[in-house]
Design a protein around this ligand. Structure first.
Ligand SMILES: Nc1ncnc2c1ncn2[C@@H]1O[C@H](COP(=O)(O)OP(=O)(O)O)[C@@H](O)[C@H]1O
Ligand SMILES: [Mg+2]
Length: 351
């Protein structure tokens, strides 16, 4: 189902939980709704589902305005983080619940539930009760129950939050494959950036009730539009004024963000390089399996950078040079990537 949301807002007693959010979702896409706790993610889902009335704004499903339609008319499946299975019903009856509401025949119901049990890897478990299942199995039952009535939109609110890390990783991959196969438009809420990056076709970053950015995981990593997005996705160093960094003097006063991988570290005597480098002192070193993560104090900044295991090892207290190859420079509404101007400087300098 194609979803369109225009200037959607919700206030509770004067405080905005969601504020002027607009987006479009193409049919069949898996969208990750990512952001810190309290940002308004659940409220957005609840408005889409019809469980919460918007304060203002419009919601369209396939071009049809739905704010005044009751939840059961909207064709939505919902999975919550705490399973919310019916405790006194078997797995079979839990999955069949929505079909009973639709008054499907007994034969049709049996066939559909059996198919879903197979699809979700729960074959043979239809007679069990929720307390006889693991967390991962319960969440798959919740998923099967949500898709049983063939919804056109599936809403998953932190579905794996209560599940331990290893099983959560398996469930992510499982979910991705399942959605690909079923081709249901899906919105997946998470506060875990790794989860969103791994699962979603596109990510919407939500903060303080506002949509900060929407794009593919790669777009959002590569071109964050706000300092918040930059800090939320991947590792980053935020600086108050990028024009104080050598090679970026022409940028004017503006906030900047430097990913660790944009910084090259030089020890004294190591190679030649262009005239614009920052000087710094190594403050800490962490072995990260495939590289060293190095924290460097440089003027007012603490910068995180990486150093290859192939290069000579650093020690805490070492004086080093830093070449900041590029950074993101932010104005009020967008971020742009800027290359270090001095990289075209012909004068080599040694330290
Ligand atoms: N029914 C409610 N009444 C009052 N405030 C609410 C209600 N539901 C949510 N909020 C508030 O709205 C904000 C967003 O909440 P929520 O949508 O649950 O965020 P998230 O799901 O991103 O953690 C929070 O400040 C929360 O306290
Ligand atoms: Mg929530």
């Amino acid at each position: 189902m194609h979803i369109q949301v225009k200037e959607l807002s919700k206030s509770f007693g004067g405080d905005y939980a969601v504020h002027g959010v607009s987006f479009d979702i193409e049919e069949g896409k898996l969208i990750g709704l990512l952001g810190p706790s309290g940002g308004g993610k659940t409220t957005i889902l609840r408005m889409l589902a019809g469980l919460e009335q918007p304060s203002s704004g419009e919601i369209y499903f396939h071009g049809r305005r739905v704010e005044n339609e009751p939840p059961q008319k909207r064709g939505i499946g919902f999975v919550f983080q705490n399973y919310a299975l019916f405790k006194h019903m078997t797995v079979f009856d839990n999955i069949a619940f929505g079909l009973a509401v639709q008054k499907k025949s007994r034969k049709e119901t049996r066939e559909r539930v059996e198919k879903l049990l197979n699809l979700t890897g729960l074959a043979g478990l239809g007679g069990r009760y929720p307390h006889q299942l693991s967390g991962g199995q319960k969440q798959r039952v919740a998923f099967a129950r949500a898709i049983a009535p063939e919804p056109q939109l599936l809403l998953l609110d932190e579905p794996f939050a209560a599940i331990d890390a290893k099983v959560r990783k398996e469930l992510r991959t499982w979910l991705r494959e399942m959605i690909n196969r079923l081709k249901i438009t899906t919105i997946f809420v998470t506060h875990d950036q790794e989860e969103a990056v791994e699962v979603a076709d596109e990510i919407m970053v939500i903060n303080k009730g506002r949509l900060e950015q929407k794009g593919t995981p790669w777009d959002i990593y590569k071109e964050p539009q706000t300092p918040f997005v930059a800090a939320f996705i991947g590792e980053s160093n935020l600086v108050e004024d990028c024009s104080r960094l050598r090679g970026f003097e022409r940028e004017g006063v503006a906030k900047g963000m430097i990913r660790p991988e944009f910084i090259e570290i030089f020890r004294p005597g190591e190679g030649t390089f262009v005239s614009a480098y920052e000087k710094g002192t190594v403050r800490s070193l962490f072995f990260r399996g495939t590289s060293w993560e190095v924290e460097i104090e440089s003027g007012p900044h603490r910068l995180l950078a990486y150093r290859s295991l192939e290069q000579e090892a650093l020690e805490v207290g070492d004086q080093v040079g830093l070449l900041i190859h590029r950074l993101y420079r932010f104005d009020e509404h967008s971020g742009v990537m800027v290359e270090n101007a001095s990289k075209i400087d012909p004068l080599p300098v040694y330290i």
